[in-house]
Structures are given as structure tokens and as C-alpha cells.
Design a binder for this molecule. Structure first.
Ligand SMILES: C[S@@+](CC[C@H](N)C(=O)[O-])C[C@H]1O[C@@H](n2cnc3c(N)ncnc32)[C@H](O)[C@@H]1O
Ligand SMILES: Nc1nc2[nH]cc(C(=O)O)c2c(=O)[nH]1
Ligand code: SF4
Ligand SMILES: [Mg+2]
Length: 252
């Protein structure tokens, strides 16, 4: 059962290091370079952005979760089989206690982040998914209102300095959500900027195009174009195998 099912509606922040946890579960990593690897997922609640397509609505648009002490999370994670932890959200690195959790576990750590904040932490793979203009919740595609978040989202979604520092500091992948050709120019220009600012090489194989879709039906509409663009531009395609396998089921 998702942790949030058992949480009081208005759970307040406890003393000490704690994170608001929306779900904690075992699955296969569904996306990116490590797709297919059995992993334990910790999904924090709360995000500084509001992508219209967010497949984790209850951590962004309507954040829900139960505060858990970092030590309790560490114990629950350690009691499970996988030796890979995926810390995701919501946006996990807006919580300072994310750094404590990453330092407390003895396993491979992937952090799924939108790349708007740099943190110094025990991160083995920074899975960075910069948010493009195609994520902005304009009035016509706002799932919760009438575009009230659009400007704030647009102002915050790209932070070149944070992206550069993350790439400089960690093994990384850059995952871009695409549903059609429209974001290609923005991807190319962002990569050109980042290649100019980072001390590291950004190989085309570090750049992954991911089809937009939280359901199999939607992926059926977006997979082919993501794959075609990856071939055409020399980037990598990443499936969303958790959606293919389990559709939009919770804890998957
Ligand atoms: C829910 S986000 C949480 C981590 C972080 N906030 C971020 O955006 O990277 C996890 C991953 O799912 C992707 N994602 C969210 N909704 C999606 C959708 N409808 N289709 C494809 N990818 C999606 C994000 O781009 C990100 O790579
Ligand atoms: N299986 C599975 N793999 C994932 N990789 C990244 C996810 C995420 O929501 O951040 C995710 C997810 O929600 N499920
Ligand atoms: S940044 Fe990530 S968690 Fe936040 S709204 Fe976008 S996809 Fe959802
Ligand atoms: Mg997900």
C-alpha cells in the first residue's frame, strides 16, 4: 500500500531528518541507462515545478505523503533485496534530508531530478530530466487549474548553473520527454550551452529521448516519434518499461 494511504491528511514535519514520502516500493528501473535493474524506489512528495504531463500527480499538483525519519527509510530500504536505490519524486533534492538519506544507504543510488537544484550528495547516477517548453502547464493543458502555474514553471524550469554543476559532479544522463518534433531545437541549443559550460564530455549516448506518456495508450502515440528522433539526431532512446508492463499502476 502506498505510504500515503496510511498517512494523516495533514501530517506535519517531525523533528530531525525526515522526508515526506509518497511511496516506497520495489520495482524494475523503468527508464534510462539502468532500465531493467531491480531497484527500491523512494518517492518524495513536493515539487518546485508543475509539468502538465506529470505522471506523479500526487507529489506535484496535489502533494500527498507521510513524513518518515531518514533512519526509518534507510531500514525499510535495507530490508529489501535490490542493491539499487532510486530516489525520485516529486523533486527529491528540494528536501535537504535527501542528502542524509543518500549518505546513509550502502547501495548504488540513482537520483531522478529535474536539474533545477545542485546538491552535494552520495549520488552514483544523476538522472537529470531538464524540463522543456513542452512541459509548461498552459491553460489548455493544465490538469488542475487555468494556467496559474505557467509563468512560475517557465521561470524555474531551466537553471544552467545547477545543470552544469550536476554534470560536472556526477555520472549523469540527460532524459528529455518528447511527444513530437517541437522540442528538438530547444534540446540542441541547451546541449550546446551545457557542452560549453561543463568540464565533462556530454556524449550523445548520455542524452536520452523518452516518449511522453503515463499510459500504454499514450505511449502508443509517442514512442515512434521519440525513436525516430533518437535515430535521426544520434541520441539514445529510452523506453518506459514500467508503463509498458504495468500501465499507470501505483507502486510500479
Ligand atoms: C515524476 S519525475 C520525478 C523526478 C523529477 N521531478 C524529474 O522530473 O526528473 C520522474 C521522471 O518521469 C518523467 N515523466 C513524468 N511524467 C512523464 C510522462 N507523462 N511521460 C514521460 N515521462 C514523464 C520525468 O521527466 C522524469 O524523468
Ligand atoms: N519502475 C519505475 N521506474 C522508474 N524510473 C523513474 C521513475 C520515476 O517516477 O521517477 C520510475 C517509476 O515510477 N517506476
Ligand atoms: S519536475 Fe518531475 S515531479 Fe515535478 S512536475 Fe515535472 S515531472 Fe512531475
Ligand atoms: Mg514515474
Amino acid at each position: 500500500m502506498p505510504v500515503s494511504d496510511t498517512a494523516p491528511e495533514q501530517a506535519s514535519e517531525p523533528d530531525g531528518d525526515a522526508l515526506p514520502v509518497n511511496e516506497l516500493f520495489a520495482s524494475l528501473q523503468g527508464e534510462g541507462k539502468l532500465a531493467g535493474i531491480p531497484s527500491t524506489f523512494v518517492r518524495t512528495s513536493g515539487c518546485n515545478l508543475r509539468c502538465w504531463y506529470c505522471d506523479s500527480y500526487h507529489t506535484s499538483w496535489e502533494p500527498t505523503g507521510a513524513w518518515m525519519a531518514v533512519e526509518e527509510i534507510r531500514e525499510q530500504v535495507a530490508s529489501r533485496d535490490p542493491d539499487h536505490l532510486v530516489l525520485t519524486g516529486g523533486e527529491p533534492v528540494i528536501h535537504d534530508a535527501a542528502v542524509d538519506l543518500l549518505g546513509a544507504v550502502e547501495m548504488h543510488t540513482t537520483v531522478e531530478t529535474n536539474g533545477t537544484r545542485y546538491v552535494d550528495a552520495d549520488i552514483d547516477l544523476a538522472s537529470i530530466s531538464p524540463k522543456l517548453a513542452n512541459s509548461t502547464p498552459t491553460p489548455d493543458r493544465d490538469p488542475a487549474g487555468d494556467g496559474e502555474w505557467a509563468d512560475r514553471h517557465d521561470e524555474r524550469r531551466i537553471d544552467h548553473d545547477a545543470l552544469t554543476r550536476l554534470i560536472d559532479s556526477y555520472e549523469f544522463q540527460l532524459k528529455f520527454v518528447v511527444a513530437d518534433e517541437s522540442p528538438v531545437d530547444e534540446i540542441e541549443s541547451l546541449l550546446a550551452d551545457l557542452r560549453g559550460s561543463t568540464t565533462r564530455e556530454i556524449r550523445d549516448a548520455d542524452v536520452l529521448l523518452m516518449p511522453e506518456g503515463a499510459t500504454r495508450e499514450r505511449l502508443d502515440e509517442t514512442r515512434a516519434v521519440a525513436a525516430r528522433l533518437a535515430e535521426e539526431y544520434g541520441y539514445r532512446y529510452t523506453p518506459r518499461i514500467h508503463v509498458d508492463l504495468w500501465n499507470d499502476a501505483p507502486e510500479r
